[in-house]
Design a protein around this ligand. Sequence first.
Ligand code: ATP
Length: 332
Amino acid sequence: MKTITLIQGDGIGPEITSAAVKIIDAAGVKIDWDVQTAGADVIDKEGSPLPMRVIQSVRKNGTALKSPVTTPIGKGFRSVNVTLRKELDLYANLRPCCNIPSVKTRYENVDIVVVRENTEDLYAGVEEMINKDTAHSIKIITRQASERIAKFAFEYALKNNRSLVSAVTKANICKLSDGLFLEAARRIASEYPNIQYKEILVDNCCMQLVQNPGQFDVLLLPNLYGDIVSDLTAGLIGGLGVAQGANIGENCAVFEPVHGSAPDIAGQNKANPTAIILSAVEMLNYINENKKAAMIKNALFKTFKDGIFTADLGGTSSCTGFTDAIIKNLQE
Ligand code: ATP
């Protein structure tokens, strides 16, 4: 039986995690969950929102399913999500964004994969107050990390029959940092003559995404633009409730939804668990449980086809009601 780390998170985390675990169990996948708590709730007892045991667990098991974890603001702790990605060198943030059958949106032709660099840029956390009225935040871009993520994007495109990689930057303003990112992307692109390579500025990219998302295929972005643009692409396919994600490194992978802990709807049984379910489907593919992964995805899509939706998608179903409907479809 495969052991997988389960980080339940906070806010809507426990509700959506419970949904995903129940569905995986109902599909007959035997997983020994190594449950790890993190976030604000463990600070008092363990002195950190991300105790070492969590990192060690993921390192040991190689795979994790993670819910959103809130890092308390103003208490001097670095973001749990950023630290986990850095510590485990989960350098690639993969966020596929594809229309979901029966989920009505403004667009019908969205099939985009966002590949976001996950370890540097403004997320390096190098900030200082120059004086009481001036703050500096350092944007770090290295050739090595940029080439590594570009290679990931092109390899992904190759393996998944995708034909276009677009590098998204603001290189007209951040000439050195984003310029270096592009230089790295161009070098890697030259090794993949069968995959088309384009460059686009992030502001224009946002407008083009809203006007005609069908023109994009794989998007390759530094960390911050990747964060913002992947929320935008989530909006194209029905919002954060359906947007899946994965953080991938050489030795381990953490699968997690794009969304945060949604404190505004926490504890109300309103959350849409689709994003974590789709993340879990990718996790099952990652551990070669492809048949079960497909079963779960089909049951989820059938649930939408049956007209069962949570409130974020205009429906009336609760998180648990939606989960039960998926389980029923699994069993049919
Ligand atoms: P973070 O910065 O941690 O990513 P955020 O500020 O982007 O978080 P979220 O917690 O992702 O914010 O929530 C943004 C909005 O989307 C909120 O109104 C929230 O209720 C909604 N939302 C997020 N996830 C879901 C979900 N799974 N189901 C329904 N609504 C959701």
